[in-house]
Ligand binder design. Structure first.
Ligand SMILES: [Zn+2]
Length: 85
């Protein structure tokens, strides 16, 4: 194993480079894990956004249906009143 910072050979057991004191094992592991966490979180966010968009679509569709339905009912009530008089 070689140090990323100074390029000198380092023992696999130590987490720090004996020549420059650079972190070796932990740093690479943390970076990869952080990247995977970020990728996972972005994927989850995309899923949540898709869910929100779907919910908004459903809500808009139901409101449109309710609006059309209430308009129809109002129109029929108006016709009934017209017929009564
Ligand atoms: Zn080094």
């Amino acid at each position: 194993m070689f140090c990323v910072k100074c390029g000198k050979e380092v023992s696999n057991e130590g987490n720090f480079c004996h020549h420059c004191g650079n972190k070796i094992k932990n740093e690479t592991v943390i970076i990869t894990s952080e990247k995977s966490i970020i990728q996972k979180s972005t994927k989850n966010n995309q899923k949540i956004e898709d869910k929100i968009i779907n919910v908004i679509k459903i809500v808009v569709a139901t409101f449109l249906l309710l609006g059309a339905w209430s308009y129809m009912i109002g129109f029929f009530l108006f016709l009934e009143k017209q017929l009564e008089f």
